[in-house]
Design a protein around this ligand. Sequence first.
Ligand SMILES: Cc1cc2nc3c(=O)[nH]c(=O)nc-3n(C[C@H](O)[C@H](O)[C@H](O)COP(=O)(O)O)c2cc1C
Length: 246
Amino acid sequence: MTSSSKRAIVLNGSPRRNNSSTLHVTNAFVRGLEDGGYEVKYYNIADLKITPCLGCLSCWAKTEGKCVIHNDDIDNIKKEIEESDIVIESFPLYFFGMPGIMKVFTDRMMPMMSTYCGQEVPSDGSPFHGIRTPKEGQKLVIISSCAYTEAYFVYDSLTTQYDCICGKNNYTSIYVPQIKTLIDLHNENKLNKFLNKYKEAGLEFANNGFLSEETKSLLKKPPFSVGAYKTFLAMHWEEEKNENKN
Ligand SMILES: Cc1cc2nc3c(=O)[nH]c(=O)nc-3n(C[C@H](O)[C@H](O)[C@H](O)COP(=O)(O)O)c2cc1C
């Protein structure tokens, strides 16, 4: 990697590690970023040693900006985040939020947030706390997949959470329904066609630093109709049950 190359980091927060369906989408997006000149590093959150936050809030006063826990992988990953121009969080939707391992990781980012001094809830979409030392131009991209028929409504809680943490327009979200079923069907043509949209979006993001409204709405389109998806899911669960019996 040359010192001038643009860097992105993928934080894979699926407990399924490299088998993650979400990661298929993220990998496609990354291929677009790479075409746009980015060097990309991956980390599986599930493989890192991350001690849960102790809740001492030392990072907001006594050890300002620093966590008291040092014997795990957070210091290293924070350094990688700080050096990246794009941070991609890739994870499945679990109970309408982020998976537990991702929440444990997020809690440990507390030293990065400004100390809360009683300010009122912002009404202009700005972040609730603000970042202590923001990196100029750094972008956050959330790529998440879910099993629901479509991504509207089911992502409301997660969106609210990220709006509060980052500020309404300070991150890009890509929510992808039905992808696991599309992968399980082994229809390579359909899968590649579907993923190609995300590769093109990655290139667009590399070039412009944002996604157009047109691209965002294209990415929201699920791979199957509600009826077809119901049929595939019914077949899938039936097969799984039978596998268990044999
Ligand atoms: C514990 C658990 C909770 C889940 N909760 C939801 C949910 O709230 N909404 C949804 O649509 N899918 C839910 N799912 C399905 C996953 O989001 C979906 O299968 C996802 O594509 C898996 O991604 P991955 O392979 O990257 O881990 C849940 C799955 C698990 C295991």
